[in-house]
Design a protein around this ligand. Structure first.
Ligand code: MG
Length: 341
């Protein structure tokens, strides 16, 4: 049976010389290889079957998930990133399986209630909180009942290096952490292609903005619809990357500039306004109450791992892992007298 995996590995020899090859990959704890899947395919499947992946379904992307069935959640965002990353990777003849694995795992550490949840956990945690670091913590230490998923070096590196915050999409060498592999860099750019476009789409759906509010220069260069914009950026990334013979994953200057402009527009008009002041206060109160309550009364089911970590750290892990609705239910149970529930 091993011949099946060997044939798949052999096929990877036809990829671009700069592509990652699964046969060269390694894991922290060495394992026997699968007879029918490459190492990157195996990582993709481990992530897909993880509990943290299933919970993405009920975690907010930007608009709180209970509000409407057509808004993106963290799960559908992840799937869109994966699809865009695979399209680019396949077109560039690099390792699509690696890009897919990184994309599916990149947001596993996201908190409930989107970036608001992340900001509040960052304030509560003694050591700060960043979702990309947490994603790595999930796959290394928390999943699989504390055993971790023992992923390959390349997938771990891609997950850790996907996040841009408000920084440059592709930092210059030496500035900011860029994934080592082209496949990881593809996910970094696919993430922003996905969120810039679907967050605009959802903001229109929510009535926060209209199509005409989107900066005219971006509409002119990238197109007037969600589909056209994604297509324009994806084609630009493929052309610019081929033009430098895959020295790095690249995007042309004008397209990069308009993507940054769209991101700035989203920060101003959407991210800081997607919930009302009242909702913001309610969620902050909810997360702070949960944190302090759980610290005083650690729940029975609180994981005993990672070994040696403080109770505070494990409570942050516990809250970060919650879905929006689990956090809401738990909060209700804590503050409401039982006879009212
Ligand atoms: Mg993301």
């Amino acid at each position: 049976m091993n011949s099946i995996r060997l044939a798949l590995e052999e096929r990877e020899n036809n990829l671009h010389p700069r592509a990652a090859r699964s046969c060269n990959s390694s894991r922290t704890k060495p394992e026997q290889r699968s007879p029918v899947r490459t190492e990157f395919q195996r990582d993709r499947d481990r992530i897909l079957h993880s509990k943290a992946f299933r919970r993405l379904k009920h975690k907010t992307q930007v608009f709180f998930s209970p509000e409407g069935d057509h808004f993106r959640t963290r799960l559908t965002h992840t799937l869109e990133v994966s699809q865009i990353a695979r399209t680019i990777a396949r077109a560039l003849n690099i390792n699509e399986d690696l890009s897919e694995a990184v994309a599916l795992g990149h947001d596993l550490g996201h908190t409930p209630f989107g970036h608001l949840g992340e900001t509040i956990l960052d304030q509560l945690s003694e050591t700060g909180f960043r979702h990309n670091e947490q994603s790595l913590r999930v796959v290394d230490l928390l999943e699989n009942e504390g055993l971790g998923l023992n992923l390959t070096v390349e997938v771990r590196d891609g997950i850790a290096g996907h996040s841009k915050g408000r920084g440059p999409i592709m930092p210059l060498p030496g500035r900011g952490k860029l994934p080592q592999t082209l496949e990881g860099q593809v996910v970094r750019i696919a993430d922003i292609i996905a969120y810039v476009n679907h967050d605009l789409d959802d903001a229109i759906r929510a009535g926060l903005i209209t199509l005409e509010d989107i900066p005219a220069a971006a509409r002119l260069l990238l197109g007037d619809t969600y589909a056209r914009r994604i297509d324009a950026i994806v084609l630009d990334v493929i052309a610019a990357t081929r033009a430098c013979d895959l020295e790095k994953i690249a995007v042309s200057e004008p397209v990069c500039e308009e993507m940054m402009n769209l991101r700035t527009f989203l920060y101003k008009k959407v991210y800081l306004r997607s919930e009302s002041e009242l909702q913001r206060k309610q969620i902050e109160n909810l997360l702070r109450t949960l944190y302090h309550h759980l610290l005083n009364y650690p729940p029975q089911g609180l994981a005993a791992y990672p070994a040696g970590d403080s109770l505070q750290r494990r409570i942050v892990d516990y809250i970060a892992g919650m879905t929006d609705r689990f956090a809401l239910h738990l909060f209700n149970r804590l503050v409401m007298p039982e006879f009212l529930l």
